[in-house]
Design a protein around this ligand. Structure first.
Ligand code: SF4
Length: 297
């Protein structure tokens, strides 16, 4: 299942890219900017600002799934057992179903629309998420189909995945864009609910395979945004023989508004401010360690 396709991206890999976002993630990062990417299930997104209260959705709702209370539309998510019945119902796009089951053929047709742009810019396709490795059969079919038409593939991943799946994909992936969010196991666990050992192990396994990896570091206030923490991250990245480049990805809170739309709470409420000087300092630290370094991906 995917939740979005973004064409003409100039981020997340070389040249012009089509990004396919897989739905479902194995981590639960508290600052996640795409809350609609986390669940492996279909879910309804409701944008109150676009709603004209036409009640097209409420009229097909049974069992009180969607009701009008005091002039406000209420989505009773616990009662919804089939979100798909609301697909293409809303005339304004206020109510949408997040998640699409697309066939490999459909995705390849979509990708082929941009072949001329890929050729001119040395671009290709980036698989992102969510976590692409969380859907192995679908992922491998897609990778094989992309390889069959000679498409450059970047894999954006948390590396919080089974090594056997990552290993199986190596020959199909031109560049791994792999997150290294922290090097402290306890802090990583507290903010992502994941086990850092698995990720470190996968980085080391990719090094043994000499797979091309660019390390990506989301710079998150109160989590890893200190020189000391960043020095540990840079040290680890630069210790890997297959890593020559690191990207520092500035945090922004643009995803905050999306939480309410999919019925989730936003608990990353720590105050933050963006200071580009810090990011420039991290770039300078990485350069000193012999890595090519960028702000943004
Ligand atoms: S169909 Fe869309 S615009 Fe109409 S009430 Fe439902 S959410 Fe609002």
């Amino acid at each position: 299942m995917i939740f979005n396709i973004q064409r003409f991206s100039t981020h997340d890999g070389p040249g012009i890219r089509t990004i396919i976002f897989f739905k479902g993630c194995t981590l639960k990062c508290r600052w996640c900017e795409n809350p609609e990417s986390q669940s492996f299930d279909y879910e309804l997104s409701y944008d109150r600002g676009k709603c004209i209260h036409c009640l097209e959705c409420a009229n097909i709702s049974t069992n009180g799934e969607i009701t009008l209370d005091n002039g406000k539309l209420r989505i009773n998510r616990d009662l919804i057992d089939d979100p798909l019945r609301y697909r293409n119902i809303c005339p304004t796009g206020a109510l949408t179903v997040m998640g699409e089951d697309r066939s490999i053929e459909e995705l390849i047709q979509e990708v082929k629309k941009d072949l001329p742009f890929f050729k001119k810019s040395y671009g290709g396709v980036t698989l992102s998420g969510g976590e692409p490795y969380a859907q192995p059969p679908f992922l491998f079919d897609l990778l094989a189909a992309l390889k069959a038409i000679n498409i450059n593939v970047s894999m954006e991943t948390s590396l919080y995945a089974d090594w056997k799946h990552i290993h199986k994909s190596i020959n199909y992936v031109d560049t791994f864009l792999a997150d290294l969010k922290h090097t402290d196991r306890a802090k990583f666990k507290a903010y992502t609910a994941g086990n850092l050992n698995r990720i470190i192990e996968n980085f080391k396994n990719l090094e043994k395979e000499n797979a091309p990896v660019i390390v990506r570091v989301p710079v998150i206030p109160h989590f890893n945004n200190t020189k000391e923490e960043m020095a540990h991250i840079i040290d680890f990245a630069s210790s890997l023989k297959n890593v020559h480049e690191i990207h520092f990805l500035p945090f922004h809170a643009l995803g905050m508004g999306k939480y309410g739309m999919v019925g989730k709470g936003y608990d990353f409420t720590e105050k933050f401010f963006r200071d580009d000087k810090e990011l420039n300092d991290y770039v300078a630290m990485a350069l000193k360690k012999g890595l090519k370094a960028n702000i943004g991906g």
